[in-house]
Design a protein around this ligand. Structure first.
Ligand code: ADP
Length: 655
């Protein structure tokens, strides 16, 4: 490589989000610094995957180099560590985009999380978000990248240099060999990364399963071969064998493709280490799914169900699907055709020899084999989760707390798998203790014969739901009510209508069928309260209707939505998302409890003078109480306080 003298060195600025990320990386990451090597090796391996894939139809790209390798070079004199690959490389444009000016979507949210995260978990987050390259600045005060895009001539190489502050430079340079060299000028305190044993250890720990050899030249002492000599010479040799220093290329990683081995040959430790390497998760997975499918299509599957929510699921564009291999070549880093989006937390590898290797991605994506594999692996994931739910329920609850909300998206998306998917749902309920969950099967099993529907209530948190008036009738009848407190539950429940032929019914919507005794009384009450309700309806424009309640036992009033109407919780969610129809709320039905002394008193008052001003006042208070009880905000809180105060004053005057 030599610099072409007449090409100018251009100085450019990092995009501002990247500058902030770099600032954090250089100034506040002090632990797990060694992960920089994992990131660079993983980029190198991706680059080799890409050139292999691109060259399927264009062998010329390879320039005769098929000796895939990632090389580490430690130069103790210059204090540099170089990671080189013979992968696809980068053009001038790509390097400017990828290493400087394009920040991925979600970068700002990522920055916030990074600032708030504990120091120890930060490098992990960096890898998961995919700013891996920049982690080099944890250990280097200057990084030089020299690269050439496969297909470009050797005089079209590019050199990128940066100290990881505001700027970087690019220049066009000669590069004879394919691929990319990333050279780190190590900071004073980081010279240990020039040490052979340290590098070996880091590669073993973080990059052992990288499928290309990670090699390094090492110096070894070797005995010097003795020529046939005299007796005298031999004696000499016994005393002090002569050695010389030789340089040998050694491979530091084991390159085991675990998914190609049979289950019985793989240790749990190996699965865990492989999972960590492909997921950048520091935790062991909750479950490993490893099998070979035989039949019409033969394929090997090694999938992992994480125990913790991976960071990339929350920000940016989460990647969906396992890696897809065909005849040991990685065809796709994330094959979206193989998993539905709501199972995007499942990581791993699918290897299928029956797929064509030399066709475009687009054509591959339409291949019916992919669909068959998808059906098969989704089923396997469901049975694995189902078994975990049955046999390791504590572990399942922990898993569900982390990832259940993502699976719930499927309830609204995957109608084909509705039954097994809803069978995996667990919820807290009125009859469970806080923090304990029941499944839909358990709920249905416990339903008494006269209960026909599965009742549920949505809301922000358990504490709020536990005390709502909606539960009174269910407490009275000992019918359980599921508590749904994930924001996604509202949306999921608009699609989930039934489970095992039992319909879902929101406890705060529609009517609750009265039992025989209340039914008889209800007819009398209808007559008694008809006139009062008509007066109240004419005064309370806030409500859609007023009716006698079949669900209240202790409270005087509550608000319910129409069967198909929007519930209070959904309305609050929509408002928070800025989609509340300009702050407008839908009107609800005011239910009043005929057994409650306030309602009875109000009825008597109305019977004696239907124009008494207190009727409207108290009617409005009953409505306002119900708004507070459903967890929503009052339109006129000051008016409400005044109405209450007036009553308090009246009560106190009597003392
Ligand atoms: P990620 O690898 O998650 O995309 P990085 O910040 O590590 O994020 O890398 C950014 C991009 O730079 C990569 O997506 C790739 O396009 C490019 N890149 C980095 N290292 C290499 C390399 N060794 N060879 C080719 N391209 C690379």
């Amino acid at each position: 490589m030599s610099e072409t003298t007449d090409t100018p060195v251009e100085t450019m600025e990092f995009k501002s989000e990247l500058r902030q990320i770099l600032h954090l990386i250089t100034h506040s990451l002090y632990s797990h610094k060694e992960v920089f090597l994992r990131e660079l090796i993983s980029n190198a391996s991706d680059a080799i995957n890409k050139i292999r894939f691109n060259s399927i139809n264009n062998e010329d790209l390879l320039e005769g180099d098929k000796d895939w390798k990632i090389r580490l070079t430690a130069d103790k004199e210059k204090n540099t560590l170089t990671v080189s690959d013979n992968g696809v490389g980068m053009s001038r444009e790509t390097i400017i985009d990828q290493l400087g000016t394009i920040a991925k979507s979600g970068t700002m949210e990522f920055l916030e999380t990074l600032k708030n995260a504990e120091d120890a978990s930060r490098p992990d987050l960096i890898g998961q978000f995919g700013v891996g390259f920049y982690s080099a600045f944890m250990v280097a005060d200057r990084v030089t990248v020299i690269s050439r895009l496969a297909g470009d001539p050797p005089d079209q190489g590019v050199r990128w240099i940066s100290a990881g502050e505001g700027e970087f430079t690019v220049a066009v340079v000669e590069k004879e060999t394919l691929g990319t060299d990333v050279t780190l000028h190590l900071k004073d305190g980081e010279k240990a990364f020039l040490d052979e044993w340290r590098l070996r250890q880091v590669v073993k720990e973080f990059s052992d399963f990288i499928e290309y050899p990670v090699v390094m030249d090492v110096e070894r002492q070797e005995p010097v071969e003795q020529k046939e000599g005299t007796e005298e010479d031999k004696k000499e040799e016994d005393k002090a064998p002569e050695t010389r220093t030789v340089v040998k290329e050694e491979t530091l990683n084991s390159m085991k493709a675990l998914w190609l081995r049979s289950k019985s040959e793989v240790e749990e430790d190996e699965y865990n280490a492989f999972y960590k390497q492909i997921s950048n998760d520091f935790n062991d997975p909750a479950k490993v799914i490893h099998y070979t499918a035989e039949g019409l299509t033969e394929f090997k599957v090694l999938l992992f169900i994480p125990a913790k929510r991976p960071f990339d699921l929350m920000f940016g564009d989460p990647k969906v699907g396992p890696k897809l291999y065909v005849q040991r070549v990685q065809i796709m880093e994330n094959c979206e055709e193989l998993l539905p989006a709501y199972l995007r937390f499942v990581k791993g590898v699918v290897d299928c020899a029956d797929l064509p290797l030399n066709v475009s991605r687009e054509i591959l994506q339409q291949n019916p084999i992919l669909d068959r594999i998808k059906k098969n692996i989704v089923k396997r994931i469901f049975t694995t989760l189902e078994e975990m739910k049955k046999d390791e329920s504590d572990k399942y609850v922990e898993f569900f707390k982390e990832l259940g909300m993502i699976m719930k998206e499927g309830l609204a998306q995957d109608f084909e798998n509705k039954e097994p998917l809803s069978g995996l749902m667990i919820y807290e309920s009125m009859n469970t203790e806080a923090g304990s969950y029941i499944s839909l099967d358990e709920y249905v099993e416990k339903m008494p014969p006269d209960q026909e529907e599965i009742y549920y209530l949505t809301g922000e948190h358990r504490g709020m739901l536990e005390n709502t008036p909606y539960l009174e009738v269910f407490k009275d009848r000992s019918w359980d009510v599921l508590f749904m407190t994930d924001p996604i539950d509202e949306f999921a429940m608009s699609s989930l209508t039934d489970y095992k032929e039992k319909k879902f019914q929101a406890a705060d919507k529609g009517n609750v069928e009265p039992d025989e005794t209340t039914k008889a009384k209800a007819e009398d009450n209808e007559k008694t309260y008809k006139s009062l309700f008509e007066t109240l309806k004419s005064k309370l424009s806030e409500v859609q209707d007023i009716r006698l309640s079949t669900r209240l036992k202790d409270s005087a009033s509550c608000l319910v939505a129409d069967e198909g109407g929007m519930g209070a919780h959904m309305e609050r969610l929509m408002q928070r998302m800025g989609d509340g129809g300009g702050g407008q709320t839908s009107k609800r039905i005011l239910e009043l409890n005929a057994e409650h002394p306030i309602i009875q008193g109000l009825q008597k008052l109305h019977a004696s003078d239907q124009n008494d001003a207190r009727i409207e006042n108290m009617g409005r208070l009953l409505y306002e109480q119900a708004v507070v009880a459903e967890g929503s905000k009052l339109d006129d809180p000051v008016g409400f306080a005044k109405r209450i105060n007036d009553l308090l004053v009246k009560d106190l005057i009597r003392i």
